[in-house]
Design a protein around this ligand. Structure first.
Ligand code: BJW
Length: 244
């Protein structure tokens, strides 16, 4: 990429493709993003407030299973490279890196990243619908444990479902306004508002780069696209950025 020396502030958007090589399934399979199935249910039918109201046991069972599964997974070379960039970029350039992830696993943190914004929530949090408290939570929720703060049995996964407002949108747009470079890694561009960030970033004057196994739905909005597995593309790009 030319003009690298002008780049100070970087916003990185990550999606399920970054964690795929750690053994965590992506949401949409195939080139045109057909939905993946879980026990005959599309993710669009489990990850909604309506599904939770209709059949809470089904939804809690789904998230209990996935909360347990991520704790058996390890960060891969892409997470480790992004962690290195996050720790070293400010010292090297005086600029800032913000990792905005749609992922609800904790592999960026375990890969050494410091500044991670989880716009779709986190598997390892429970949120109390009665008192609004959040608690780090590694065990199951299906037995309706009481909230440690208010004692109500109203804990739900701290996950942003379809129709709910993603977290910290003001912080994300603040960072996009300051960004010189926007990089999208391993996301299909199927889910809004994240899918629109490339357009927003571009209109706000940032260069835009996509790293993905195959082109995303918003691919035409990127100045540059590199195709391949994240575990190879991301370390190579981070080496370029850090000049190492
Ligand atoms: C690799 C790789 C490798 C594989 N290396 N790459 C009509 C039009 C526009 C919007 C809407 C609409 N109808 C409804 C909406 C809104 C809706 C939406 O977008 N729906 C779409 C289905 C159309 N969005 C919402 O409801 C959001 N809220 C909202 O909009 O509030 C109002 C609002 C508006 C404006 C501003 C602010 C607020 C909430 C969305 C919540 C999403 N939640 C989920 C589930 C939670 C997590 C969980 O249950 O575990 O989040 S859905 C699911 O999709 C998950 C993901 O974060 C998200 C994105 O998926 P992602 O990460 O892109 O994964 P995949 O599987 O789609 O793609 C994987 C990619 O990796 C592919 O590209 C592969 O090529 C690649 N890959 N292996 C590199 N080794």
């Amino acid at each position: 990429m030319g003009g690298m020396s002008h780049i100070r502030n970087i916003v990185i958007l990550t999606g399920a493709g970054v964690s795929a090589e750690s053994g965590i399934d992506t949401f949409r399979a195939g080139a045109n993003g057909g939905p993946s199935l879980w026990e005959q249910h599309r993710v669009e039918d489990v990850a909604t407030p309506e599904a939770y109201a209709r059949d809470p046991d089904l939804v809690l069972r789904f998230y209990d299973m996935r909360r347990a599964a991520i704790q058996t997974k390890e960060p891969n070379a892409a997470h480790l490279a992004l962690g290195r960039l996050d720790r070293e970029w400010a010292r090297k350039t005086g600029g800032q890196v913000l990792i905005v992830t749609q992922n609800v696993d904790d592999l960026h943190e375990r890969g050494g990243a410091v500044d991670v914004l989880h716009m779709h929530g986190e598997h390892l949090n429970a949120w109390c619908a009665a008192c609004d408290a959040r608690h780090r939570w590694t065990g199951p929720l299906i037995q309706r444990p009481p909230c440690p703060a208010c004692d109500e049995a109203a804990l739900r996964p701290d996950i942003v479902w379809f129709g709910e407002m993603p977290y910290r949108m003001d912080d994300i747009f603040g960072a996009l306004r300051e960004a010189d470079l926007f990089v999208s890694i391993g996301t299909s561009g199927a889910v809004y508002p994240a899918a629109g960030f490339v357009r927003n970033a571009r209109e706000l004057g940032a260069r835009t780069l996509e790293l993905n196994l195959e082109r995303s739905q918003g691919s035409a909005w990127f100045d540059e696209t590199r195709l391949g597995p994240a575990s190879e593309l991301v370390p190579a790009w981070v080496d370029e950025m850090l000049g190492s």
